[in-house]
Design a protein around this ligand. Structure first.
Ligand SMILES: *[C@@H]1O[C@H](CO)[C@@H](O)[C@H](O)[C@H]1NC(C)=O
Length: 148
C-alpha cells in the first residue's frame, strides 16, 4: 500500500472525509441502473445525519435512455408515509450530470443534502428518484438514515 492510499484509509478509519458506499434498495430504476450510492460523510450504517450539517449524496448510475432533462424528487418515508423532502437543487443537469443524457453512459449524480435543525431526531428511509423527460426513473433508490 503506498503512502497516499494509506492516508486515505487512515481518514476513513477516523470517520472523517471518507465517502462510503451506502446500502440501498432499488425501488424501480426503470430507465437506468444504479451502480453505487455514496454519502459523504457517513461512517456508520445507517448514516447518521447531524442536524445543521450538510451531506453530499453521490449516485453512480448507467442510463438506459436518452434524456434532455433530469429532475430529482426526494421523499422521506416516515412510518410508511412518503413526505416530500425538498432539496436545494432538484435539477440533475446541474448536479454533476452532463445533459443531454446519453444512452448506455455512466453518470455521477452528486448533490447537497442539508439537514435542517428543525427536523425531528428519528430514523427514516430516504427515497431518491431522478426522473427523465418522460418522468420515468433514471434511478430510484431507498436508504435508511438516522437524524441525530
Ligand atoms: C462521486 O463518485 C464518483 C465515483 O466514486 C467520483 O469519481 C466523483 O468524484 C464523486 N463526486 C463527488 C462530487 O463527490
Amino acid at each position: 500500500m503506498d503512502a497516499r492510499v494509506g492516508f486515505i484509509v487512515g481518514l476513513c478509519l477516523m470517520g472523517l472525509t471518507c465517502a462510503s458506499p451506502v446500502k440501498f434498495v432499488d425501488c424501480g430504476s426503470s430507465s437506468g441502473k444504479v451502480a453505487m450510492v455514496d454519502i459523504n460523510p457517513c461512517s456508520t450504517q445507517p448514516c447518521q445525519l447531524h442536524k445543521g450539517d450538510s451531506y453530499t449524496v453521490n449516485v453512480t448510475f448507467n442510463s438506459g435512455v436518452e434524456s434532455q432533462t433530469s429532475t430529482a424528487v426526494v421523499h422521506g418515508i416516515i412510518a410508511g408515509v412518503p413526505i416530500p423532502f425538498p432539496i436545494p437543487e432538484p435539477d440533475g443537469c446541474k448536479s454533476g450530470i452532463q445533459c443531454p443524457i446519453q444512452k448506455e453512459k455512466t453518470y455521477n449524480y452528486a448533490t447537497e443534502l442539508p439537514v435542517k435543525s428543525e427536523y425531528p431526531p428519528i430514523k427514516l428511509v430516504v427515497e431518491w428518484e431522478l426522473k427523465d423527460d418522460s418522468k420515468n426513473d433514471l434511478f430510484c433508490i431507498r436508504f435508511p438514515v438516522q437524524i441525530v
